[in-house]
Each structure stands twice: as C-alpha cells, then as structure tokens.
Design a protein around this ligand. Sequence first.
Ligand code: GLC
Length: 456
Amino acid sequence: MKRRNFVAAGAYGLGAMALNPLLRMHGEGGGMWATTVFHPAAERMAWWREARFGLFLHWGLYSILAGEWMGRTDYAEWIRNNAHIPIDTYDRLVGRFNPVKFDADAWAGMAKGAGMKYVTLTTKHHDGFCLFDNPLTDFCVRSTPFRRDICTELNAATERAGLRQCWYHSVMDWHHFEYLPRRDWEAETRAVGGAHIANYLPYLHGSVRHLLTKYGDIGVMWFDGNWEGTWTHDMGMELYDVCRQAKPDVIVNNRTEGWSQSVATRHPGDFSTPEQTIPATGLPGVDWESCITMNHNWGYNAHDHDFKSVPELIGMLVDTASKGGNLLLNVGPMADGTFPAESVDRLAGMGKWMQVNGDAIHGTTASLFAKSPFRSTTKGNRINLFVTDWPADGALPLPGLRTRPRSVSLAAQPDRHPTLNTDATGAMGLTALGAAPDPVCSVIVLDFDRPPVVGA
Ligand code: GLC
C-alpha cells in the first residue's frame, strides 16, 4: 500500500467523493448534481444486484516476484513501476510464468464455497501482460512455458460452478509501445519515439472485443488505470461503446472515463467502484461495488501476512449488503497457481457462515432502518437482522418498524422463535432471544404478509 501510486489509491476511495458525479450527487445531498439521475439498465444489472458477493483475482507476472525487489519487500502488482524495473528485465518474467498447480476448478470451487456469485480476473494489469492468449500481442500467456489460456480455463470452471465470469482489464499499459505516457523514471531507457496513444486504441479495443466474444457469457468488464492525462473523455466513451457493441448486456464499471475531464461530462458507467472502503451511507440510487483486499495488497506479496479476520470480513460483507452494495473481495494467487493459505482459510470461514446465512445476503436490498442496534437487509416481504452484539438481556428493539411481522425466527435455527412485543407507544421489539446462534453474527428473520414499512 505504501508504495502504491497515490493517484490510484485515492481516485476511487473517499477522495472520489468530490470528483465522481455519481458519488457527489448523493454525497452532497442535492446541489447541481441532484438532477443528474443515472438510470442503469435494470435488466442487465439484475443478476449482479442479486449476487452481492464476488471474488477479485489479481494475478500476473508480478506474482512471480511476490512483492520483492532488491531487498525491498513491500511491492505487489505495481512492482515494475514502483521498483523501477526496466522493461527488458521485467519481460524476462514471461519465461518464468509456469503455474503448474493452477486448477481453475479449485479456484471456482473456493469462490462458490465462500458464497460468492462471480469472479473478476485481471486479464491484463497495468504491466500489460495478458493472462489470455491474445492474438494481438506476444506479451501474453502464449509466450510463457505454461502456454495455457488462463481465461479459457477459468471461464469454463466458473461456468461449471454456476458463477458469472467477469474480466478486469487495465486501460493503462506500461508495456505497449504506443501507450503514453512513459513512466517518468524510464524516460531515458524507453524513448517515446513515434508513439501515440491513438495508435494504442485499436489494440485495446481488439483485446476487449476478444475478451467479450471468445469466451463465455461474460458478466462485467471492469476497467482500471484510466487516470493518466493522455486518456480522454472521448476515449472513455468509445471504450464503453466497444463493450456494449461486442456484448450488449455486459455490465461496465465506471472506470472507462478520462480523469482529465470535467466532472459534469463524465460517463458514469453501470456501477461505482469504491476502493478499499465501504461508503458510510451506501450510495442510494446508484449501483456500487466495494473492492477490498484481505491483506494490504492486491497482487501476491509473500511478506504481507496481515490478513483481516473472518469475523471482520463477514462484517464487511454484511455492512456492504445492508447499504445496498456488492463486495468484491480480493485474492492475490501465488506464482504456482494456488491461493495463499490465509486466503483459503478466509474464504472457507466466510463460506461456513454464508451456508447458514447466505439467504440474508443474496438478492437483498438495503436496510430500511435509519438507526438500529443491528444491520439489516430487505428481500420482498422479509427483513433480515444481523446481530453482532447479541443482547445480554435477550431484548432487541426494532426502532421505527411500523408493520407487524407474521413470524420471527433465527436463520441458524428456524425452529427458534423469539417473542415479539409491542409497548404502550406501539414500538416493537424482540425478547427472549436466548443464546446467540452464531459467535460472529447471528441473523434474525422477520417475515411479513406484505412489504414491511419502517419509519424514522
Ligand atoms: C488501483 C490499482 C490497482 C488495483 C485496483 C483495484 O486502481 O492501481 O493495482 O488493481 O486499484 O481496484
């Protein structure tokens, strides 16, 4: 994290609140952006809204270096840039990419087991290396000892597992000759020559078309690296159109747009992408997906063992869902093709919880409660309450609930029914909760005869 490009780190996090019209319209509660209403195509967003939880995979040549260069150990997928690795040196990693233990079904199985519904793979990160057999460049998996097209195998596996395959693809490209700007530190060793970013576009578009037409039913094109001064509004619009034409119902994130653009004319994309953060009050009226790492890095770093705990990660998933967003949780696979042990452990831990409580996450919408001692989600005539601080006195107020539930039960123990009480003022609450069914976060299910109403 420390060595990350600060523009990248801030661009979609909290810093984006001031820049992104979608965020701004809600973040500032009105003003000139309040009229900028964004209508996502409900049909193409349906599966994605239902999904709520996906796996982000950052994998590439950088995984071989495992975050280490010349004695420093805090790098990851930005290593070529941040450690100033000359292009020829970096290119030689192609000869070392041989993930003999790569098993796409194992990856898809772990995602599915965790309760995830989609998998977003870095088909190409900023270093420019393609994990797929890209007919438009040799700087791809075809040139490695491994040769096998990672995208083909992963796509087949996710399909078998019933997950949606999604592609991350970097606009910024530190390898393509025509892409500009060069890194400032390589100005002398890598001349600009006659390069022009306009000549890079056919390559970018061709790669994207390939990714959207030569594999299965791709769910999302997830762009990134769109903040450099050479990338313009028009280029962003065109890229969005390339996707839409290649696959009319593909969902495209909000990172096709040029950052040199005035906020008023920015293309919003189909969903917002807060990075390493969950917006305090969600982003009402806008589709959004928080992408978050399990430790401190996106790409594999052999020295970074500071992983979030399973309870913390479950808390993040619940927090995101209760605010009406998706969580894209990252794993940085190792060079041999396997996931770090800590990630395997976290996915399994979340899966254990999701197996019991997943119904309170999938297909839900944001909490109806303005203020409450629990988080919640809504699904038709049902409200799910997520209780992390299980009340010692067995009593839980339901502040603002106006409609009376037909039944109250526990997701983990459907036969256990806490008692519903209404006091003299009409305020409802639960009593006789008994012991918490889950040590981390227990789900209480309220079922109504009609869509429930919650007031202030
Ligand atoms: C940033 C980083 C990149 C990472 C991405 C994930 O934009 O540049 O390394 O892939 O965030 O959202």
